[in-house]
Design a protein around this ligand. Structure first.
Ligand code: ZN
Length: 477
């Protein structure tokens, strides 16, 4: 199969073999980081595959400078601000990049596409900030700057009070808000407090029996020493149930909040796998100026250009029998890998083109602007199988212009805009609306969901039920 640059990108000219399809599917499923590891493994075991110290643009084939994207493909083609620039960016530094690079060349003094790796305090602050009152901000800041590696608070509440001249009850309120952020239980002062925060959050969405909470809250000593029969007696239940509780805790709760892969969206019902801090796609405004065209950078991991080793290819002729067969297979495998990486790039580019065209407002303005979109729809429009889109979306993360990193699956989350609207309704309520009233408000806005779904969305957003909000928001003023 010959690959030629057409309309600015490579197009395949002959139908793919089944081996080609299978490997492309496998590569599609991988994140950029995993793909880099796969290439490294293949380089180490296949003598036919070679990495040359030359970077080429995967889209136009031009030779690239040692760093930075293709200067042609990453530029706007028209003066239309509505235009979107999409390009595939070969780089090997994407997963270690932390804001500024000391080795950047003069031509590329600042990399506008650099992803920033959020630290835990910043990550949590971004989540809790909208829920904080003005006078709570400095308390939150002090809490978040005094967390250890495990996510535990390392100073006493009375120290915070003394320092900020505030009351312990005020600090407690902020602590509670922070503990509901991802990673759940962060800023707890003990394992027990962390577990309790997690179980309380989870019990709002799932049917966790009350005695699980009691086991942690009142009988934590017995629980951690596995004294099941005594525990059963105190909780008024059976030993078998107590063992189930213990199992549930070890399976679902995290005693050290920050040791988990935090960065997942805060949603216990969501099966989205962990979101890592290395985005696969970067979305930015051209020259970082809002209003400019969007620039979509699709990371393809690369330290140079992969190719078939010409000496190896030449030497095949001199081999005989089994050895020659073996070498031929190595060459086939190597060329397949190269083709499939190109195919993966192509699919990712088409997918992002489609996603950005549909979800531009969501990318720029946020959650409420998410358009309903299914993987099947995208598949149909791109003329590929739905499973191709599912694999391309799986495990991938996208960094938005506001530097927030989200799972790519979020572009398909049908509940997201409803949840954002629900959040808005509650933020503007004059009294604590119950779920039926919220359901009616949503209905008025053209969103019809069951009351049960309202309760679920509310819990996903970490919003208390009406009777508790009444106390929190409206009882004392
Ligand atoms: Zn190019």
């Amino acid at each position: 199969m010959k690959l030629t640059p057409t309309q600015g990108h490579y197009q395949t000219q002959s139908p793919m073999t089944s081996a080609h399809i299978a490997q492309t599917m496998t590569l599609l499923y991988m994140t950029a980081t995993e793909l880099l590891q796969t290439i490294d493994v293949e380089l180490s075991k296949n003598p036919a595959l070679e990495l040359i110290n030359e970077r080429r643009c995967p889209m136009c084939g031009r030779k690239l400078p040692p760093q930075g994207p293709c200067s042609i493909c990453s530029q706007p083609k028209t003066l239309d601000p509505g235009e979107t620039i999409i390009f595939i960016s070969p780089r090997d530094d994407f997963f270690t990049y932390q804001g500024s690079s000391s080795s950047s060349l003069e031509d590329y003094p600042e990399d506008p596409f650099a992803s920033i790796q959020l630290d835990l305090p910043t990550y949590v602050l971004q989540q809790v900030a909208p829920d904080l009152e003005v006078n709570e901000r400095e308390i939150a800041a002090m809490i978040l700057t005094n967390l250890n590696e495990d996510g535990f608070l390392t100073i006493e509440i009375r120290e915070i009070c003394r320092f900020l001249h505030t009351l312990p009850s005020k600090v407690e309120v902020v602590l509670k808000k922070i503990q509901r952020c991802d990673p759940l239980g962060v800023s707890a002062r003990s394992v027990k407090e962390a577990l309790l925060a997690q179980v309380e959050f989870l019990s709002e969405t799932t049917g966790i029996p009350e005695f699980v909470r009691r086991a942690i809250k009142d009988e934590f000593e017995l629980l951690s020493r596995h004294q099941y029969s005594e525990l059963a007696k105190r909780l008024g239940t059976t030993v078998q149930k107590v063992k189930l509780v213990s199992h549930f805790i070890s399976e679902n709760l995290n005693p050290f909040p920050a040791r988990a892969n935090w960065g997942t969206i805060r949603n216990p019902n969501d099966s989205t796998p962990n979101v890592f801090h290395q985005p696969d796609i970067l979305i930015n405004y051209l020259n970082n100026k809002p209003g400019n065209p969007l620039v979509i950078e699709i990371i393809t991991p690369s330290r140079g250009t992969l190719r078939i080793n010409p000496l190896f290819k030449h030497a095949v002729k001199d081999q005989i029998g089994e050895k020659q067969e073996e070498w031929k297979k190595d060459i086939e495998k190597a060329s397949l890998l190269i083709k499939c990486i190109q195919q993966r790039n192509n699919t990712m580019r088409q997918l992002m083109e489609k996603l950005v065209a549909t979800q531009k407002s969501f990318i720029i303005h946020g959650d409420t602007y998410l358009e309903p979109l299914t993987r099947a729809q995208v598949a149909e429009e791109l003329g590929v199988h739905e499973s191709t889109i599912s694999r391309a979306v799986a495990n991938k993360t996208v960094q938005l212009p506001n530097r927030k990193i989200i799972p790519m699956a979020m572009f398909f989350d049908r509940s997201l805009s409803a949840r954002a609207i629900l959040r808005n309704i509650i933020a503007n309520e004059n009294y604590a609306l119950n779920d039926t009233e919220i359901q009616e408000e949503l209905e008025n806005l053209g969103i019809s969901v069951a009351r049960r779904t309202v309760a679920k969305y509310r819990a996903m957003e970490g919003i208390l039920p009406a009777h508790l909000r009444r106390i929190e928001k409206f009882a004392t003023t």
